[in-house]
Design a binder for this molecule. Structure first.
Ligand SMILES: Nc1nc2c(ncn2[C@@H]2O[C@H](COP(=O)(O)OP(=O)(O)O)[C@@H](O)[C@H]2O)c(=O)[nH]1
Ligand SMILES: Nc1ncnc2c1ncn2[C@@H]1O[C@H](COP(=O)(O)OP(=O)(O)O)[C@@H](O)[C@H]1O
Length: 204
């Protein structure tokens, strides 16, 4: 049976650059993670595709999935549900492939409780002014939503201490390199540079 894959969880406040950094990371030739597409009740933004950016579903459908135990984790974030479908993550990890989740902090803490050997990375902005600047610059949310997201960010940033790693996203290529170092180091831990005692002792 294939060795179970590694689960890496990237969180951080809205607008810090999770999506941007994740896309840049996935373009690296030596990075080979499967991205778990989340499910949400949020309406698609212009250009977003169902099944690619998210699985866009109704509130009723989402609640049915929760009831049926089909979510690895889920959270309500600024009036909408967001969550990770369990089946894809389990099957992919079981097949030996590594999986990448990009989710907010409450969901990440649920994953922490259920998958203790997952690796938790918090992406942090240089400061709150820069975070607001990025949210405004992205131009996808109205000012009232941006303000709600910024308010939420303060609490989210205080959750950073519950993560294995904090990564500063001052510049995208630097943040990508930092995450790659974490992955390399975690792989070493998993590969465990340990002797194979059974073969050392020989057949008895
Ligand atoms: N718990 C959880 N959070 C998610 C999931 N997918 C996305 N999110 C988070 O929900 C928040 C809002 O997402 P979205 O509306 O797409 O805004 P954006 O990430 O700021 O572009 C972000 O912090 C996402 O990381 C998920 O499957 N589970
Ligand atoms: N290191 C960075 N420096 C400047 N702008 C950035 C950086 N990373 C991301 N951005 C910009 O910030 C905005 C929010 O990024 P996005 O990836 O959508 O964040 P998130 O997925 O965390 O909500 C986007 O306009 C993006 O281009």
């Amino acid at each position: 049976m294939a060795k179970r894959g590694m689960l890496i969880v990237l969180s951080g406040p809205s607008g810090v650059g999770k999506g941007t950094v994740r896309k840049a990371l996935f373009e690296e030739p030596d990075v080979d993670f499967e991205y778990s597409t989340s499910m949400t009740t949020r309406k698609p933004r212009p250009g977003e595709k169902n099944g690619v950016d998210y699985y866009f579903v109704s509130k009723e459908q989402f609640e049915e999935n929760i009831q049926n135990g089909e979510m690895l984790e889920y959270a309500k974030y600024v009036d909408n549900y967001y969550g990770t479908p369990l089946k894809y993550v389990n099957e992919t990890l079981e097949s030996g492939k590594d999986v990448f989740l990009e989710i907010e902090v409450n969901g990440a803490m649920q994953v922490r409780a259920n998958v203790p050997d997952a690796v938790f990375v918090f992406l942090t902005p240089p400061d709150l002014m820069e975070l607001k600047h990025r949210l405004v610059g992205r131009g996808t949310d109205k000012m009232d939503v941006i303000n709600k997201r910024i308010k939420k960010a303060v609490g989210e940033i205080s959750m950073m201490r519950n993560y294995d790693y904090a990564v500063l996203n001052d510049q995208v290529p630097l943040a990508v390199d930092r995450i790659k170092s974490i992955i390399r180091s975690e792989r070493l831990k998993v590969a465990r540079v340990m002797p194979d005692y059974e073969s050392m002792l020989g057949d008895k």
